[in-house]
Design a protein. Structure first.
Length: 270
């Protein structure tokens, strides 16, 4: 399987800054770590580190992220937004919209599970992890790490993930050109990031809502020791999830895990 090369990607890239400075590596601990190092050295906004494999790829809530060499995409983008800390989740939702729009170009209909999991046929095809750079940094930085499953077949997934994760290929039976997809994705990420920095987050919200699998659902929310059930009402203007709990109170959810309750898993311990 051929590794991605910057020359091939840069040839068809239509962005101003995203991916213009691009490092394609074979193996790293985590692309988020590599780009954080580059951020400390002052690299510019839009710099991307992509790697064929990660020994310590990480996901939300301390989970591990597995990618398959030559068959998936794992990369991080360095951003330097002038946003307040409580506005950072806007970037994550904007990235989810960008990934969804890119997948749609390939004739598939992804759904977004709050905050930023992309699903195909109810199974996860992409995960997004946004992390803050060091506070002491003169130019505050945010790392947007994205992992997408593209051309893996069932046997490429660890057994324990086969029920919950999928790839484009597993879902559609079609192989995807990784270079083409990456170029389109850079374009959409740059576009939706602009909506955030130009204070047009309402545009992200409306695009996110159109593709949401979470809105109106019965859910279980887990935030450490705070676990509750409820119904999702909407997103607020900052992208937090508004959930009416079983006591009828509205809780504003900005972190944690949100599990959609199906008739199967809806039975609760009495
Ligand atoms: C999640 O769904 O929990 C988020 C997964 C994010 C994975 C990507 S792969 C590229 C980047 N580097 C990492 O270590 N994680 C992110």
């Amino acid at each position: 399987m051929k590794s991605l090369k910057p020359e091939a990607i840069l040839k068809g890239l239509k962005t101003k800054t995203f991916g213009r400075s691009l490092l394609c590596l074979e193996k790293v601990s985590s692309t988020n770590d590599v780009i954080l190092k580059l951020a400390e050295e002052g690299c510019s906004e839009g710099t991307v580190v992509l790697s064929e494999s990660q020994t310590k790829g990480r996901g939300r809530q301390g989970r591990h992220w597995t990618s398959s060499e030559g068959k998936s995409l794992a990369f991080s983008v360095l951003l330097r937004p002038s946003l307040k800390a409580d506005e950072l989740p806007e970037i994550t939702l904007a990235a989810a919209v960008a990934v969804a729009k890119t997948i749609e170009l390939f004739r598939m209909r992804p759904q977004i599970k709050w905050p930023n999991d992309l699903l195909l046929g109810g199974q996860k095809v992409c995960g997004i992890l946004t992390e803050m750079g060091p506070k002491k940094d003169k130019m505050p930085s945010v790392v947007l790490g994205i992992g997408i499953n593209l051309n893996q077949s069932t046997k490429d997934f660890p057994k324990e993930l086969r029920q919950t994760a999928t790839s484009f290929y597993r879902f559609s039976g079609r192989k995807i050109d990784r270079v083409r997809l990456f170029q389109r994705l850079m374009h959409h990420l740059e576009e939706t990031y602009q909506w955030v920095v130009e204070r047009r987050f309402s545009k992200v919200l409306s695009e996110w809502r159109k593709r949401s699998v979470t809105l109106n659902q019965q859910v279980k929310v887990s935030q450490g020791h705070h676990v509750f059930h409820g119904q999702v009402l909407d997103l607020d203007e900052k992208g937090a999830l508004l959930v009416r709990n079983d006591l009828g109170m509205i809780e504003r959810v900005t972190s944690g895990d949100v599990e959609i309750m199906t008739p199967k898993n809806r039975k609760r311990p009495s």
